[in-house]
Structure formats: structure tokens, C-alpha cells
Design a protein around this ligand. Structure first.
Ligand code: ZN
Ligand code: ZN
Length: 316
């Protein structure tokens, strides 16, 4: 009984965020809560208006599998847009001129137009550090500012690619990128080892296009593996396959995520395709945090040549 959407059965529930009543027959989000009474596990729901739930815990709402078919078109579109954004940001290189100040982290690409002399600049921790301002020009001649702290040989005219850089509003109210602790800077596109892949969406089975096959760390122990039907333990590496679910009563289709133990995923009919898609969506942070499990997984997929080679490229 994980989180779900449902139509409010009466006027009696109160939204736990805004404290207003939720009217009968309006879609409400149920946050599953589990407590133990007299040694028994008791499950119940805390209810929220759709918008209030999105405000409070977007990620959790995006994960809901039950009741998606009850949402209206506008609500579905809102969720789809959010999923698209989440899925699209990691490896995409942008032009520095296309960034906005609320981007957070981004990967940028351009060429070095001009390098200023070293001076005191604010780093991503808010401390003053000696660095250089670099003017970067994109392919269309638009310019933006990058702040580089590493002692690198920055040559005018050279390509520059910054991966995982911080984006903030500069003094001129334009977005600028800043080298942070996790930023990697490259001068040659072929050396950029996090972009060995463009992200891939498999067309091998009927599937929704706005959710993706990914590796994930199980956020709870609630999901069961589709193959072995055992629970997947919280904190373990799992694989998600994007599929259409079907409401038993209404036969309405809704996008859902099936969970697999990584090893069990090899038993799926579309194993190679969906594992490939998930591998193309691995981020550098996720890889470094789950290196051991990914290495074990890699050793199990030696017969899937394409997937094995891609994963090997990423984790070496
Ligand atoms: Zn509310
Ligand atoms: Zn399993």
C-alpha cells in the first residue's frame, strides 16, 4: 500500500499542508504512513490536495503508481513536464548564453574568448578565493561568463567544456557558471568521459515516453521485484523499467515504473534494451556513489556486449 492518488471519499479529510478540507470526489494524494501498535504494523494515509502535495514533496508525487488514471489532463501534463525536466538535465551541454540563474548545476560548452587576470572571486561556498573570469562564446557567438579557480592553461580560442558547474546570477544579472568541487573542465570534447553516451530511449516495447529506465537506490523497502516477487531492500541498487500500467476496472492506461533487482532484470524479455537505456542515464555522481554494485552488475552482463561495453566505459 504505497503512496497513491484517489478520489476523496467524503468531505471529511483535511489537507496536511494547507489545513483546508479536501472536497468529496476531488483527487487527493495519499502519503503512506506506517506505525506499529501492539506489535502490529498499521498502514494509513495522510491526505493532501494535488497541488499541495506537489509543493511539499515533488519527487514522491512523481513516483506514485496507483491512481494516475484519476488525474485530469492538466495534472497529467504537469507531472509529465516535471518528469521530462528531471530526465533531461544531467548530461545535456548547454550554451552558456542559454542558462538562467535558477539552473543550479549545468554542463556548458563553448570556446574561450578571453581570460581575465587573476583576482579575488567568490567560490561556490561563498568564500573569497583567487580565480579567473573567462568569457565563453557559444557556437552562435553569444557570450557568457565562467569563473575558474583551478590553475589550468586557459588558451584563447580553445574549446571549453565544464561539467557539473554551478550556475548563479552574476553582478550583471546574467547567469554565470562557477567551478565547484565537483566540476570537471575539459578542453577537448573527446576527453569528456561523462558524455560517452547520448541518452537513449528504447522503442523495443510499448512504453510511455516521459518516464525512463534508470538505476535507482531503493528509497523504501516497499517495491517488489517484478521477476522474483521479493521485496527490494531500502538502500539497494535497483533497476526501473518504464511501462504502461492498466487500471483493472477502467482499463485506462497510465505510465508506471516496474522495479527489478539488477540481476533479475536479466530475465526480462527486453533486458538488453532497458538495461542499455538505464546505463545511458547514469550520472557521474551516481556512478561514484555506487561503484561496487555497478561493478558487480557489470560482471554479470558480459554476454550483453553493447551494454557491457557502455557500462565499462563509464566506470573505468
Ligand atoms: Zn492543501
Ligand atoms: Zn528480484
Amino acid at each position: 500500500m504505497p503512496d497513491k492518488f484517489e478520489l476523496a471519499k467524503s468531505n471529511r479529510s483535511t489537507c496536511k499542508k494547507c489545513k483546508e478540507k479536501i472536497m468529496k470526489d476531488v483527487v487527493r494524494f495519499g502519503e503512506e504512513s506506517v506505525f506499529v501498535r501492539d506489535g502490529n504494523e498499521i498502514r494509513s494515509f495522510r491526505w493532501y490536495h494535488f497541488d499541495c502535495a506537489l509543493d511539499k514533496f515533488k519527487e514522491r508525487v512523481l513516483e506514485v503508481e496507483e491512481g494516475n488514471e484519476l488525474l485530469n489532463e492538466e495534472q497529467r501534463k504537469e507531472l509529465a513536464d516535471m518528469r521530462n525536466k528531471l530526465g533531461a538535465s544531467e548530461f545535456d551541454f548547454k550554451s552558456i548564453a542559454d542558462l538562467s540563474g535558477d539552473e543550479g548545476i549545468a554542463n556548458i560548452k563553448g570556446s574561450i574568448l578571453r581570460v581575465m587576470n587573476p583576482r579575488d572571486l567568490t567560490n561556490t561556498k561563498g568564500e573569497v578565493q583567487t580565480g579567473r573570469i573567462v568569457y565563453v562564446e557559444d557556437a552562435h557567438g553569444n557570450r557568457g561568463k565562467a569563473v575558474v579557480f583551478s590553475d589550468l592553461d586557459l588558451k584563447k580560442g580553445s574549446p571549453i567544456l565544464m561539467v557539473n558547474c554551478h550556475v548563479r546570477l552574476g553582478g550583471d544579472d546574467k547567469a554565470e557558471v562557477v567551478e565547484g568541487p565537483k566540476t570537471k573542465i575539459y578542453f577537448d570534447e573527446s576527453k569528456v568521459n561523462v558524455t560517452v553516451t547520448t541518452k537513449y530511449i528504447s522503442q523495443a516495447w510499448e512504453r510511455p515516453k516521459n518516464i525512463f529506465c534508470v538505476f535507482e537506490i531503493a528509497p523504501t523497502s516497499r517495491a517488489s521485484c517484478v521477476i522474483c516477487e521479493e521485496r527490494i531492500t531500502k538502500g539497494d541498487l535497483k533497476l526501473i523499467k518504464a511501462v504502461w500500467g492498466e487500471n483493472e476496472k477502467t482499463k485506462a492506461k497510465y505510465p508506471r515504473k516496474n522495479s527489478y533487482h539488477p540481476i533479475c532484470a536479466l530475465e526480462d524479455d527486453d533486458a538488453a534494451e532497458f538495461i542499455y537505456e538505464a546505463v545511458t542515464r547514469l550520472s557521474p555522481d551516481f556512478i561514484s556513489e555506487n561503484l561496487d554494485e555497478l561493478n558487480i552488475f557489470k560482471s554479470k552482463i558480459k554476454n550483453l556486449t553493447r551494454e557491457y561495453e557502455l557500462l565499462s566505459n563509464l566506470i573505468e
